[in-house]
Write a protein that binds this ligand. Structure first.
Ligand SMILES: CC(C)NC[C@H](O)COc1ccc(S(N)(=O)=O)cc1
Ligand SMILES: [Zn+2]
Length: 258
């Protein structure tokens, strides 16, 4: 009915956001009691070289910190992954207020924001652009953000955000250690899913960390000062840049912990 159709016409993308025939779309609600403990799921191991950090840019969906992925200097391995994946970029999704903003939910609990560390399968494919079209092309680590004490290492990033306020703005940003954005607890859930923005391809092994990291409300407030719009366009604040929950279909979420 109209209500359902409206639910599918996302303000950000205007068009339909359900990929017809999609069987492994993201994000999803993680129901803890339905997740299956896999004792063979080792901790995820990240090895990030802060010198591979290149720049930060606003692409009109989120702000991205991009990395030099021409070598194996910044990689993720272990966990559900059969081989190392290279870090390409990280970005966030957040709400217009602290009551919502994350893409994934846990037992229907929404967080005010969610970090995505995006890696591609450099053992099987030559580039990120090629990998996003393949079923086992990407590994994205999702980290929930909750409001609490200030995240000191994040502040370096927050301070530079005003320089990428507008869509298509790009700023030099080097020497940032992305591992400071990971929680100390190694527990995670993992499942097969998709990109949550176009092209929405079903190419992602999702690794969702159980524990959130803490940021303070003023740090998130700066995220909300960014714009979806380019210079000269009518200003639209970059908020609520998350995709609605997608059906689990016949997928199982595995946990690395009991
Ligand atoms: C088509 C190519 C060139 N551009 C694709 C674009 O970078 C999209 O990349 C991504 C990468 C990650 C995600 S998420 N939110 O699922 O982690 C979404 C889109
Ligand atoms: Zn994302």
């Amino acid at each position: 009915n109209l209500q359902d159709n409206r639910a599918n016409l996302h303000p950000l993308w205007k068009g339909e956001i359900d990929v017809p025939g999609g069987s492994r779309q993201s994000p999803i609600n993680i129901r803890i009691r339905d997740s299956v403990f896999h004792p063979q799921l080792a901790p995820v191991h990240t090895q990030y070289d802060p010198n591979t950090c290149l720049h930060i840019w606003n692409n009109g969906y989120s702000f991205f910190v991009e990395f030099d992925d021409s070598t194996d200097k910044s990689i993720v391995s272990g966990g559900p992954l059969e081989n190392p994946f290279r870090l390409k970029q990280f970005h966030f999704h957040w709400g217009r207020n602290n009551d919502w903003g994350s893409e994934h939910t846990v037992d229907s609990r929404v967080f005010p924001a969610e970090l995505h560390l995006v890696h591609w399968n450099c053992s099987k494919y030559r580039t990120f652009e090629e990998a996003i079209m393949e079923p086992n092309g990407l590994a994205v680590i999702g980290v929930f953000l909750k409001i609490g004490k200030q995240h000191e290492k994040l502040q370096k990033l927050v301070d530079i955000l005003p320089s990428v306020r507008y869509k298509d703005a790009l700023t030099e940003f080097n020497y940032f250690d992305a591992s400071c954005l990971l929680p100390s607890c190694v527990d995670y859930w993992t499942y097969s899913g998709s990109l949550t923005t176009p092209p929405l391809t079903e190419s992602v092994t999702w690794i969702i960390m159980k524990k959130p990291i803490e940021v303070d409300h003023s740090q998130l407030a700066v995220f909300r000062s960014l714009l979806f719009t380019a210079v000269g366009e009518e200003e639209k604040y970059m908020v609520d840049n998350f995709r609605p929950l997608q059906p689990i279909m016949n997928r199982t979420v595995h946990s690395s912990f009991e």
